[in-house]
Design a protein around this ligand. Structure first.
Ligand code: NDP
Length: 598
């Protein structure tokens, strides 16, 4: 394939200045404090019938898994493959699927190719219908996975964890839930979701709005009519506002634009929107794939989007084209860094040029152009988002980086102009870098009753983001000191494999407790900091986003709560090498026979 080498119209200096200007406009003194929670009303699950009850469960199992999204499901599937079948899965939602349970907004899809995104395709024999699967298809696939691997009997749905406490006498985790369950488990796996806790912008007056409002992850089809696969038939006489222009809004806007009387899109920072090129699956091609194809394709894709430049680009799509060269870090020489900067500018110039080619009104086009580095925010891929702005009923309200100033009972206010709307949709995203216990919704208590929030008050302590000192037999799948990647399901599959391996090895070898040494945790932190430092210069110049905690000044705590920012394959390499060593390195274990012998 050809990779973009088109030059832009602006000089390097002009672009540097423009990027800096756009960054400065957006840095806010309130940083992460600009966000607020959904609150009970907006957070309610619209996809279940109210009034569900069941008897509390009181039981002992080897494992409790918190979360029924891909991370939790894949952990449970891997445990089953290792012969460990006495596990419980506790899930807040009414079914499996995680993010694909909650996100049913119109147009919702995964912009990572389905053949690398949907896990275990070779084992289920499922053929995705298109290159980029819709949320409906992925949700159904989650249910298929759950049926195929017999997960339903293990699940407690519509159940929130309320507490988890390590019992040093029993050497087990005691877990309590919102349904009165009392679960006891040797191992507790927190696979509580990466984009699990939706957030709202703390815009003054947000509670005063008198019309209908919801977050995209709680789409109310009773109000809009239609469904994820049917057109919304109740918006024809409605004025709709969408706050946010991230990956979610890029998918929602075209759908609402098609049916609403008027649509106002409130933009703070324009997204980069590359070419989608959706295609139906070529059945003949799919059927010709040889065993082992999916793992090869997944690894190849991750190589292609992390700058490893494999000999063949198997997926060869917008993602691999934009990410082909990793421009965040180089050898460190000025010459090398400038060459990478030029490539980054060229990729983004092509994206800006696309806006100009598609959007007819030059002023709107100008406002939709993203001026930030390609690794600063998540790039999107869509073919209908930009053309939506050519419709007469669609109005871009650009806030020049400030965000909506205020919301009144009638609607959002920008620059002193009030935009009355009937429906206000918050496409405002999810908490990503807030404290883990806050995102989980409960605060696990480890040895001596010390809460995670206390132990991590000055930042996280983990080995690989998975094991945490002071919390024996607790296994984490999260971004805190863990890996990161374009293809989240690659990350989650490998994390689940790692977690299941640790549990299986403990069960096999009579290891009763496992937790990392603090020295090993500090060594892991040094690895994270080393990788982070290599990209620091790049990220300093970035516009604020959840990738960089809104460019908030980094305190001691945030400095430890970082994610492995190198290639996902390198992170996986750390996990694999650790597993390959004969004894677990850097961990303290207690064995059954040693304890029996006093
Ligand atoms: P984001 O956090 O990416 O976007 C939130 C949006 O709200 C941003 O555009 C933000 O602007 C805007 N915003 C915040 N405050 C204000 C304000 N006061 N006034 C106006 N606008 C405001 O959330 P998304 O839900 O779009 O995406 C979250 C993540 O979900 C993605 O990064 C991705 O990982 C995942 N996702 C994946 C998809 C896929 O296809 N695989 C599809 C959709 C989502 P600003 O940019 O200035 O902060």
């Amino acid at each position: 394939m050809e990779h973009n080498d088109g030059a832009g119209g602006s000089s390097t200096d002009e672009l540097r200045q423009r990027y800096r200007l756009e960054q400065q406009k957006r840095i806010r003194p309130d940083g992460m404090a600009q966000w607020r929670e959904l609150g009970e009303e907006l957070d309610r699950d619209p996809f279940v019938e109210p009034g569900f009850t069941r008897d509390p469960v009181v039981e002992e199992t080897t494992v409790v898994v918190v979360g029924g999204g891909f991370a939790g499901m894949l952990t449970a599937i891997d445990l089953g493959k290792h012969g460990i079948t006495d596990f419980r899965i506790v899930e807040k939602a009414g079914d499996f699927g995680g993010t694909w349970y909650w996100n049913r907004y119109p147009g919702c899809m995964c912009d990572v190719e389905s053949f690398v995104y949907l896990p275990l395709l070779e084992e289920t024999g499922y053929m995705p219908t298109e290159h980029y699967a819709s949320a409906t298809e992925i949700f159904e696939y989650s249910r298929l996975l759950a049926r195929t691997f017999d997960l339903y009997p293990h699940a407690l749905f519509q159940t929130d964890l309320t507490g988890a406490e390590w019992d040093e006498d029993a050497l087990r985790w005691g877990v309590t839930t919102s349904r009165g369950d009392r679960l006891s488990a040797r191992f507790l796996v927190l696979a509580g979701g990466i984009l699990h806790k939706a957030k709202l912008p703390g815009i003054p007056g947000i509670d005063e709005f008198a019309g209908k409002a919801f977050h995209t992850s709680r789409w109310d089809y009773r109000y809009t009519g239609g469904g994820p696969t049917e057109p919304m038939d109740r918006l024809a006489d409605k004025r709709v506002g969408i706050i946010g222009t991230g990956a979610t809004a890029v998918q929602v806007v075209p759908q609402v634009a098609r049916v609403a009387k008027e649509l106002y899109v409130f933009q703070r920072t324009p997204s980069a929107v590359g070419v989608r090129n959706q295609q139906p699956t070529d059945v003949e091609w799919f059927e010709s794939l040889q065993p082992g194809w999916q793992h090869d394709r997944i690894v190849n894709f991750t190589q292609a989007v992390t700058g490893a430049q494999p000999a063949v680009d198997l997926v060869s799509d917008g993602w691999t084209e934009v990410m082909w060269v990793d421009t965040q870090r180089g050898s460190g020489s000025e010459h090398d860094l400038e060459a990478l900067e030029r490539i980054d500018f060229e990729v983004m110039e092509a994206i800006r040029q696309r806006v100009e080619n598609v959007v007819e009104d030059p002023e709107t086009a100008e406002r939709l152009k993203p001026y930030w580095g390609k690794h600063c925010k998540r790039v999107c891929f869509h073919d209908e988002y930009l053309p939506s702005f050519n419709r007469p009923n669609v109005h871009l309200v650009d806030t020049e980086g400030r965000g909506v100033d205020e919301i009144t009972a009638r609607g959002p206010v920008v620059d002193g102009v009030e935009y009355p709307v009937d429906l206000l949709i918050y496409a405002s995203g999810f908490e990503v870098t807030t404290d883990l216990h806050h995102r989980l919704g409960f605060d696990p208590k480890g040895v001596g009753g010390v809460a995670l929030s206390e132990r991590w008050a000055r930042g996280a302590h983990t080995l690989h983001g998975v094991l945490a000192s002071g919390f024996p037999n607790l296994l984490l799948i999260s971004l805190v000191q863990g890996g990161f990647g374009t293809n989240f399901s690659h990350l989650l599959s490998e994390s689940a494999k790692h977690v299941a391996h640790i549990i299986e090895a403990c069960v096999e070898e009579g290891i009763v407790t496992i937790e990392p040494d603090e020295a090993a945790e500090e060594e892991w932190l040094a690895v994270l900091l080393g990788v982070g430092a290599a990209g620091a210069r790049y990220f300093q110049a970035c516009t604020p986003s959840f990738y960089n905690s809104e460019q908030q000044a980094i305190d001691a705590r945030a400095a430890r709560n970082l994610t492995y920012s190198g290639s996902l394959l390198d992170y996986i390499g750390y996990l694999e090498r650790w597993r390959a060593e004969p004894d677990f390195a850097g961990v303290r274990t207690r064995r059954a026979e040693a304890m029996e012998n006093g």
